[in-house]
Design a protein. Structure first.
Length: 489
């Protein structure tokens, strides 16, 4: 490694803009260029889905591993990418994990089992590539078998890191999958990849990786407790010295109200006039009463129990009764979608719901709302609360995970902070925070101060990339040093 940049292989199942189902794709797209700006040589390894083939064509092949072609392509960001071309596993229509009807692909274990094994091979002495990484960085359960192979059977393995983006998704499969994937002897056990009688891809990664990260410091602590540990809290607590939380960043080139082409009027912290124009545009788009004085709450995201949508439905009538407005954009669980539709039906002109997703409308809501709601029961990191602060839309959120790490809460009677936090996942606690936020909103001098405090904050990837870079460097040079010591010099 002397005389050349440190080499890191990102191993993930999705990466924007080629394939995306959630925030994982945004992280895998944004973090490597930020690391490259620090001088690291980062490349991304992805399955060669049919949807990616449509974007890049055949792409030249550079090697064959375990019967699959390894193809090379370049992301729009300029990051080099290895595409694992196994047409019998990835050459199909539908999403990366599910078919067009929303059913999990029945061979997901084979699909991501082979993908992770090939990626691990590329990070070992068995790689056929001239470029050999110094570090394997796997993301979520789809990459989880990579560290297992690197610790069991592959010669000259690179050290590995696993990042947990959401512990709730674990890649659980029947025990006979162990034999079908020809996993090394001895790995299917409590001290290994077994999880309550099933094979867990994520547990394999968490057990065998040299270091573990997750997407915020608070979430790193929360997942060591039973309430949010999803059954893996014991393992994570035992490995706490190998676990660190590094908060995600956002692409501040895309999410910038001063340059955003998707909003009607651009503005910045020194000139907030455009904020009023955007608010009126949202009120018109959702057929709400046009009134600049009525506080407008916005929500964008998955309409699920995790996101606290039931709490919003619980307080919605009272919110409309106070003269406030609410717009919601997203899809999710049908009963919660129906509850929001019923709420909107009772309060036409004050509450509106759009079931679906529209990137442009998401930007408009961030720019036009006065307050952004995120009452999540758990939130590994979250991005919308960072977008909102950048757009001068103070978030109102539950103090959990990355929400607690990225929002500076405003206390009652204070104008110091960038948003509003509440502790308990109850309608009563949410309502108390709403009342507190509305009291601040009525004091325009105070509110402007809170808006600008959020707009001044730096949520770019630069700071997070520096922490990852330091973690990589010391892990490669001194694998015996615990990640906690590396992350907190």
């Amino acid at each position: 490694m002397a005389g050349r940049p440190l080499r890191v292989l990102f191993v993930a199942s999705e990466c924007a803009p080629w394939v995306k189902t959630g925030g994982l794709a945004d992280v895998v797209a944004a973090l490597p260029p930020s690391l490259a700006a620090l001088g690291l040589d980062v490349r991304v390894c992805l399955p060669f889905y049919r949807s990616i083939r449509r974007e890049v064509g055949e792409a030249p092949a550079c090697a064959t591993v375990l019967g699959a072609l390894v193809r090379e392509a370049t992301l729009p960001s300029g990051i080099a990418t290895y595409l694992i071309d196994a047409p019998w596993l990835f050459g199909r229509d539908g999403g990366p994990y599910q078919d067009s009807e929303g059913r999990d692909w029945p061979d997901n274990a084979q699909r991501f089992g082979l993908f992770a094994r090939i990626a691990a091979t590329l990070a070992s002495d068995e790689t056929p590539l001239l470029w050999r990484p110094d570090l394997f960085h796997g993301h979520d359960w789809q990459a989880g078998l990579g560290p297992l192979w690197l610790k069991n059977g592959l010669p000259g393995p690179a050290p590995s890191i696993m990042t947990i983006h959401n512990l709730a998704f674990q890649g659980l499969f029947a025990p006979e999958t162990v034999e079908a994937l020809r996993l090394p002897p001895g790995v299917y056990g409590v001290e290994g990849a077994e999880f309550y009688g099933r094979l867990s891809f994520l547990k394999a990664g968490l057990h065998y990786a040299d270091a573990l990260t997750t997407v915020s410091p608070t979430y790193a602590r929360e997942i060591q407790d039973e309430a949010q540990g999803c059954g893996l809290h014991g393992l994570l607590a035992r490995r706490r010295d190998h676990l660190v939380g590094i908060v995600n960043g956002i692409d501040d080139r895309v999410w910038d109200p001063a340059t955003d082409p998707l909003i009607p009027a651009r503005y910045d912290r020194d000139s907030l006039t455009g904020k009023r124009v955007n608010k009126e545009a949202v009120q018109r788009r959702f057929d709400l009463t046009i009134d600049p004085t009525r506080p407008l709450f916005g929500m964008v995201g998955r309409l699920t129990w995790q996101k606290g949508i039931d709490l919003v439905a619980e307080v919605g009538d009272r919110l409309a009764g106070m003269g406030a407005q609410l717009v919601v954009l997203g899809t999710g669980e049908r009963p919660l979608e129906d509850a929001l539709r019923a709420l909107a039906g009772r309060h036409r002109g004050a509450i509106a719901v759009r079931v679906g997703f529209d990137e442009g409308l998401a930007h408009e809501i961030e720019a036009g709302a006065d307050i952004f709601l995120m009452p999540s029961r758990f939130e590994p990191c979250g991005l919308n609360q960072m977008y909102s602060q950048r757009y001068g839309t103070p978030p109102l959120a539950r103090a959990t995970g990355g929400l607690a790490d990225t929002i500076r809460g405003v206390d009652a009677g204070s104008c110091e902070g960038s948003g509003f936090l509440f502790a308990e996942a109850t309608g009563a606690a949410l309502w108390e925070a709403l009342v507190r936020a509305l009291a601040s909103y009525r004091d325009r001098t105070c509110w402007t101060r809170i808006m600008r405090a959020g707009m001044e904050r730096d949520f770019s990837w630069a700071a997070s990339a520096r922490r990852y870079g330091a973690l990589y460097e010391t892990l490669v040079a001194h694998p015996e040093i615990s990640p906690r010591m590396r992350a907190h010099p």
